[in-house]
Design a protein around this ligand. Structure first.
Ligand SMILES: *Cc1c(COP(=O)(O)O)cnc(C)c1O
Length: 424
């Protein structure tokens, strides 16, 4: 199946007389005839469901669709993108370990790594995604367990050189984890470029309708844990909480990572996605391919419009010819990047605030990446406690406006922006 077909068909095939749509199994618990039957599930000797905190059939159908779209071997849904990011790293690294991350990642991920996971005893080194080979090489330590990056960084819109980082990670015997939220598997499949694990905030384009917060982790099924036995004891030595099962031996390359994340992390931390939310996510996935195409078409037209306006001082959109990442976007994102654009006005911070007051269609929201066009001026909202100097150091210039182009008629979006520019 091609990606457009997978959006509709993958993950669930109804049998004779069954519901056409995936069923919402809104049940905490599952019934068994004998204690032995249930015991086998608890020992991971048989696969099946017993309690929705660990696994739920609706979630698994939707996860299987995302795994198919990404070209992975297994996937799990989580309650949010934050939970997906956390689990993806914590499944490999614990206190005393070290992880390398691109410095250009979602602010929530940065905080999770730099503050919360740091407090748990995991050290992070942040490297510029465009750093030299020597700098990248220097970041590795004997206790490094993973490398992390974002296909299209939110909000900087830097295109991550997946192939290069995958090669470096593999040379040091560790996997590359890529947050593919903004590109979605419609525009980029990081596994094809060497990534080992892919994460998503499904809250964004995948859901696409401001409906349900969620996340997903996909495993490529290619990283050979046993070849690096000493680095990943959680996968390559017995888990006493499951009668001494060794994940990499029992579930192989394809299943070890996701089974461990489910059996240990979901069991203990309980960040499951509600089955109802998984149903909404699936509805979003069905139209993902057509929506992404429209998001990208609209955003490119808006970026080209902005570029020509004299009130606009700069436009950042990786699919716009002349952009610093244009060539890299053509390599990794040949069908389009995403619907998010950032730009600045000549009048700076003040003009940005004034401009936003005159918009009628574009709503002011912290959210991005869904059907509705929305806009944010971080310096006067989410980042208002920061000084101009702090903003610049954090890669968010005081005049930066983040515009998430929706799938309305692009002429209406452009007219709205034009009206607000004229009002300045
Ligand atoms: C929003 C976002 C997240 C966090 O996802 P939530 O669903 O809000 O928890 C992670 N990564 C990226 C790139 C995001 O845009």
């Amino acid at each position: 199946m091609r990606k457009e077909t997978k959006c509709i068909e993958a993950g669930y095939t109804p049998k004779n007389g069954e519901s056409r749509m995936i069923p919402i199994i809104q049940s905490t618990t599952f019934k068994y005839d004998t204690s032995e039957d249930m015991g086998k599930l608890f020992d991971l000797e048989a696969s099946g469901y017993f309690y929705t905190r660990l696994q739920n059939p609706t979630n698994d159908m939707v996860a299987a669709k995302i795994a198919a779209l990404e070209g992975g071997s297994a996937a799990m849904l989580t309650s949010s993108g934050q939970a997906a990011t956390f689990f993806s790293v914590f499944n490999l690294a614990g206190a005393g370990d070290h992880v390398i991350s691109s410095s250009s990642i979602y602010g929530g991920s940065y905080n999770l790594f730099n503050v919360t996971m740091h407090r748990m005893g995991i050290d992070f080194t942040f490297v510029d995604p465009d750093c030299s080979d020597e700098e990248l090489e220097k970041a590795f330590r004997p206790n490094t367990k993973a490398v992390f990056g974002e296909t299209l960084a939110n909000p900087a819109l830097i295109v991550f050189d997946i192939e290069r980082f995958a090669k470096a990670a593999h040379a040091h015997g560790v996997p590359l984890i890529v947050d593919n939220t903004f590109a979605t598997p419609i525009n980029c499949r990081p596994i094809e470029w060497g990534a080992d694990i892919v994460t998503h905030s499904t809250t964004k384009y995948m859901d696409g309708h401001d409906t349900a917060v969620g996340g997903c982790i996909v495993d490529s099924g290619r990283f050979d844990w046993m070849a690096h036995k000493d680095k990943f004891p959680g996968l390559t030595t017995p888990d006493e909480s499951y009668h001494g099962i060794t994940y990499a031996e029992k579930f192989g390359l394809e299943g070890a990572y996701i089974t461990k994340a489910t059996a240990q992390l979901m069991r203990d931390l309980g960040s499951i996605q509600a089955p109802m939310n998984a149903f909404f996510l699936n509805l979003g996935l069905e139209s993902l391919a057509v929506r992404m195409q429209r998001h990208c078409e609209n955003a490119l037209k808006v970026a080209k419009f902005l570029e020509k306006r004299e009130e606009v001082s700069w436009v950042n959109y990786p699919s716009l010819p002349g952009n610093k990442y244009y060539e890299r976007a053509r390599k990794y994102l040949p069908d389009g990047s995403c619907g998010v654009i950032s730009f600045g006005l000549k009048g700076g911070r003040k003009a940005a605030e004034e401009f936003m007051k005159h918009l009628k269609l574009a709503i002011i929201a912290t959210h991005v990446a869904d059907a509705h066009t929305c806009i944010l001026h971080p310096a006067s909202s989410t980042h208002r406690q920061m000084t101009d100097e702090e903003l610049i150091a954090g890669g968010v210039s005081p005049d930066l406006i983040r515009l998430s182009v929706g799938i309305e008629n692009v002429d209406d979006i452009i007219e709205d922006i034009e009206g607000a520019l004229k009002a300045l």
